[in-house]
Design a protein around this ligand. Structure first.
Ligand code: GDP
Length: 410
């Protein structure tokens, strides 16, 4: 498949959370650790990098689905901003349509609140694999296991713990990585970008062993050969265990759980590792379906650069006075200057400029391929929800809004 090595390293991810769970802070930390921004502001002073519309800054909530690119371990992560407010359910749906995996952020004190429940269930409808980050472990009253239990009960998922908090509330010091059986402590001084691995303290070694055993016994069920190996007391390698976890996450049979505190700069790097290791690349997603608008014939498009080009416009924004259309590419390659068909409206369009959007800057691109999320200028007619494609191979994806949003406000 053309471009496979490149596509394999893409993660199109959304962060879903109840307002105040710490999504903005976590996003800022992610962008900081992945080297895209160098100064972290207090988020409610309106300096947060993802929130650049004045309306959002005033209200202190995130309502756009802007996409920001960052890099971790040689992978390209596109963070698709998912609104956290119930008024914007249709916006949530738009962003859920184009992301391949999600990180649910929960407050260690507040737990699973109604809005995160709503968005989680919506993500479930779109079959989005998820991992959970239990944030604010530094707060008094933080209850890691209480939130894990809520995730299990309210979402009906099997949680597997990847990192355990080491200490809670004021005593929260770091996390224990269950697979490597190491204690990770962060250096407070340097904004938490430096961290060191230590042996697990003796008094909790037994507990850590128990969680590790539980994790392996849960995931080994996904592969008969490895199950056999495990049952005959042959140790599984770290990469075998990680492979099993990935398999379980992609099949949405398990939900990895990590602990941390975005504000105190603890636990974010293991989350980035988990995004790379366990959340899907565009290759892991089934080929997208649509219809040829002229013949009514059902069509599919695989995540392959050699296939005819197809993309969904999922967000339109004004950027420095010009119309910018965010595109998720499903197949093929688009190039600046080439004609494309807006198959939803049956109109020819031309892409004048293409950008990869970063936190503080944008990079001009000459072309973009299957799996990418980019912003385009020059599209006069295109609106959110339109399908753009190769004029010789028309396809229209199922319209946004075809799914009834699930609202469950307590
Ligand atoms: P959002 O509404 O989900 O985007 O949440 P914000 O990132 O804006 O955070 C809401 C509030 O919680 C802010 O006052 C943050 O400073 C605070 N906050 C975020 N993460 C943490 C954390 O890990 N620990 C503590 N104690 N506070 C946090």
């Amino acid at each position: 498949m053309a471009g496979e090595a490149r596509i394999k390293k893409i993660r199109n991810i959304g962060i879903i959370a109840h307002i105040d769970a710490g999504k903005t802070t976590l996003t800022e930390r992610i962008l900081y650790y992945t080297g895209r921004i160098y100064k972290i502001g207090e988020v409610h002073e309106g300096q947060a990098t993802m929130d650049y519309l004045p309306e959002e800054q005033e209200r202190g909530i995130t309502i756009t689905a802007a996409c920001t690119t960052c890099y971790w371990r040689n992978h390209e992560i596109h963070l698709i901003d998912t609104p956290g407010h119930v008024d914007f359910t249709i916006e949530v749906e738009r962003s859920l349509r184009v992301l391949d995996g999600a990180v649910g952020v929960f407050c260690a004190v507040g737990g699973v609140e109604p809005q995160s429940e709503t968005v989680w269930h919506q993500a479930e409808r779109f079959k989005v694999p998820k991992i959970a980050f239990i944030n604010k472990m530094d707060r008094i009253g933080a209850n890691f296991f209480g939130v894990v239990k809520q995730i299990e009960e309210k979402f009906g998922v099997k949680p597997v713990i990847l990192t355990l908090p080491y200490g809670e509330g004021e005593d929260f010091k770091g996390v224990i990585d269950i697979l490597s059986q190491k204690l990770i402590l962060w250096d407070e001084e340097s904004l938490g970008e430096k961290y060191d691995f230590y042996p697990v303290p003796e008094e909790i070694q037994e507990e850590v062993n128990r969680f590790r055993k539980e994790l392996i016994e849960t995931v080994v069920e996904f592969d008969e050969r490895l199950m056999e190996k495990y049952l005959t007391d042959e140790p599984l390698s770290l990469s075998e265990i990680k492979g099993l976890i990935r398999q379980g996450v992609l099949a949405r049979k398990i939900t990895p759980i990590l602990a941390g505190s975005a504000l105190k700069n603890k636990g974010v790097q293991p989350l980035l590792d988990a995004i790379v290791d366990y959340l899907p690349s565009p290759l892991d997603i089934p080929p997208i379906k649509g219809t040829d608008p002229f013949t009514g014939k059902e069509e599919t498009r695989p995540p392959d650069e050699a296939a005819p080009f197809s993309t969904l416009a999922f967000k339109v924004q004004m950027f420095e006075g010009r119309k910018m259309v965010y595109l998720r590419l499903y197949s093929g390659v688009i190039e600046v200057g080439k004609s494309v068909l807006n198959a939803t409206q049956n109109k020819k369009e031309k892409i004048a400029r293409l950008f990869l959007m970063h936190a503080a800057k944008r990079t001009r691109l000459e072309k973009a391929g299957a799996g990418d999320i980019v912003a385009a200028m020059g599209l006069k007619h295109t609106v959110t929800g339109d399908t753009l494609c190769d004029p010789a191979h028309p396809i229209v994806f199922e319209p946004i809004g075809a799914y009834e949003p699930v609202i469950s406000i307590a």
